[in-house]
Design a binder for this molecule. Structure first.
Ligand SMILES: C[S@@+](CC[C@H](N)C(=O)[O-])C[C@H]1O[C@@H](n2cnc3c(N)ncnc32)[C@H](O)[C@@H]1O
Length: 223
């Protein structure tokens, strides 16, 4: 479904982790973690002893920030890149996490049992999946009944002027090569409406979200 993506070479992984791990980028993960909590609270979910799946976990930064808010949760990071997972394990260890495990695997064939997960989270990964339709079906399969999917990614439908301002700011903030990686990946991004359709087709109910900015956001329930 997506166009060809540059693979996560060791060099690209290091560049990504360096840029995203810097203090100025940390708010990206902390603010998404807070948003996840707010949505779970609004849905009046039981927040104790959750099993959480971070899909396309990358360097593990979202899992680390989620762990600060849900310290008794078991967090599983799945990613197709062993290079990313190596870094994620090392970052989690440095952050003192003992409840984080990683699994090498694809969203299109999640290496987990059906009905085993309370919450699936995913940040900035959707656009890279090989088959988004299959990915959403797999997420639905691994979630327990009553489980929640909370996902964010670049928004293909974001207003043009916002994209231009953002592109300029990101160039200043992270430099030419990283800005090129990030801005370039908008070409593979999805619109909010498309993501709603993918969720609904997979079987999700009560799908809420936002699609007016640079990033889209959805929160969907498996009833
Ligand atoms: C832009 S990075 C985002 C990483 C992390 N979620 C973050 O926000 O920092 C995208 C990640 O998705 C992973 N990925 C891409 N396609 C995937 C797939 N089909 N299955 C599992 N992981 C995938 C990549 O290996 C990469 O680590």
């Amino acid at each position: 479904m997506t166009k060809k993506q540059e693979p996560w070479t060791k060099e690209k992984v290091q560049r990504y982790a360096e840029v995203m791990g810097k203090k100025r980028s940390k708010w990206i993960y902390a603010s998404f973690a807070k948003k996840i909590m707010k949505n779970l609270e609004l849905l009046e979910k039981n927040l104790t002893n959750l099993t959480i799946l971070d899909l396309g976990t990358g360097p593990g930064f979202l899992s680390i920030d989620l762990n600060k808010l849900l310290s008794d949760a078991r967090i599983i990071g799945v990613d197709l890149s062993s290079e990313m997972l190596k870094l994620a394990r090392s970052n989690a260890l440095k952050a003192g996490m003992s409840n984080y495990e990683t699994k090498l695997g694809r969203v299109e064939e999640i290496p987990l049992e059906s009905n085993s997960i309370d919450l699936v989270v995913s940040q900035n990964s959707l656009r890279e999946w090989k088959d988004q339709k299959r990915g959403f079906f797999e997420i639905f399969r691994v979630l327990k009944p009553g489980g929640t999917l909370i996902l964010t990614d670049l928004n293909k439908g974001c207003p043009r002027w916002k994209f231009r301002v953002f592109s300029f700011l990101i160039l200043i903030a992270v430099g030419r090569q990283s800005a090129k990686d990030h801005i370039g990946s908008y070409k593979n991004a999805f619109t909010f409406d498309k993501v709603i359709d993918l969720s609904r087709d997979a079987g999700f109910d009560e799908i809420a979200g936002e699609g007016g900015g640079l990033e889209l956001f959805i929160c969907a329930q498996k009833i």
